[in-house]
Ligand binder design. Structure first.
Ligand SMILES: N[C@@H](CCC[C@H](N)C(=O)O)C(=O)O
Length: 301
């Protein structure tokens, strides 16, 4: 009798401000990971546990259109999946963790800017003394919307960072909101593909340019940080503050602190930490055994 052995694959586990990821090194594009396998890897009881999975593949070894478009400009592609197995365009914390992985495990010179291809185009990463900085591109402010969590409802700013966000400046202390955050209710017409919801309060006076946020991520539930979310918060709050370009903001998240600048050129520079915590081999489950993520609830407008 032939017994088929389970498929084992190498992994690296890392986080940026406690937004954690399983990285699957796949330079030559040999790995096919199903949504069920991603969900099982991310499950915190039966898997490794993570907010998302990053398949690390060369742009010339995958036919993802974003990777194909980036060939010649970026060697590496961030194939990002949320904890429920869904794809996302971008992950601001994940791209720093991926950059650290490449600088320590691949032929990447950390003294040079590193272009990384994502489904939201190429992001350039630089390694500095106080953290890793990513040029996150230009945020688009797309007007007002509304989000609710439980009984509470707020006006929110619709911001696109390649992925969709709703940023609400709430009047209450963030620690008075339920933990974990229940799935927010949002307008389905505004966000046909779901939304990441950031709830924000100020730390100090508006002129301190310092805020705190909690986030409920599309496809992952409440997480300890969201890099694209922090950039969306910067765009919404700096606009409300009428802050001139070049002003820097500090965004506190449950898992740490991110530093942001909306530059004269219109792009957002985000600086924060990245940590690699473990590496080894993992068996990719044949079927999803994970709990489903509680998704935000879409309501027709
Ligand atoms: N945590 C990430 C964002 C991950 C993707 C997001 N959940 C989505 O579906 O758009 C970040 O640091 O930006």
């Amino acid at each position: 009798m032939i017994v088929e052995l389970p498929v084992e694959t190498p992994f690296v586990k890392g986080h940026g401000t406690e937004n954690d990821f399983v990285l699957l090194p796949d330079a030559n594009g040999a790995l096919e990971v199903s949504p069920g396998q991603v969900a099982a890897l991310c499950d915190r009881r039966v898997g490794l546990g993570a907010d998302g999975v990053i398949r690390v593949v060369r742009t010339d070894a995958t036919d993802d259109p974003a990777a194909v478009a980036a060939r010649g400009e970026a060697i590496w592609f961030m194939d990002y999946r949320n904890a429920d197995g869904s794809l996302s365009e971008m992950c601001g914390n994940g791209v720093r963790v991926l950059a650290l992985y490449l600088a320590t495990h691949a032929d990447v010179d950390a003294r040079e800017p590193l272009p990384i291809a994502t489904r939201d185009g190429i992001k350039t990463v630089t390694f500095g003394e106080v953290g890793i900085t990513v040029d996150m591109g230009t945020p688009s402010l797309l007007g007002e919307t509304r989000v609710s969590v439980g009984e509470q409802s707020w006006t929110a700013t619709h911001v696109d960072l390649g992925n969709p966000h709703a940023v609400a400046l709430v009047e209450v202390g963030l620690d008075t909101l339920p933990t974990p955050l229940p799935a927010p209710v949002y307008d389905e017409a505004t966000y046909p593909h779901g939304v990441n919801v950031e709830l924000v309060s100020r730390v100090g006076a508006p002129e301190d340019h310092h805020v705190a946020m909690r986030v409920h991520e599309r496809g992952s539930g409440e997480t300890r940080s969201c890099g694209t979310g922090a950039c969306a918060v910067l765009a919404a709050v700096a606009t409300a503050d009428e802050a001139p370009r070049g002003t820097t903001y500090v965004v506190d998240v449950p898992g740490g602190r991110l530093h942001l600048e909306w530059t004269e050129a219109g792009t957002v520079l985000m600086t924060g930490p990245a940590v690699l915590v473990a590496e080894g081999w993992v068996t990719l489950a044949e079927e999803a055994v994970a709990e489903p993520v509680e998704e935000p609830v879409a309501v027709p407008s």
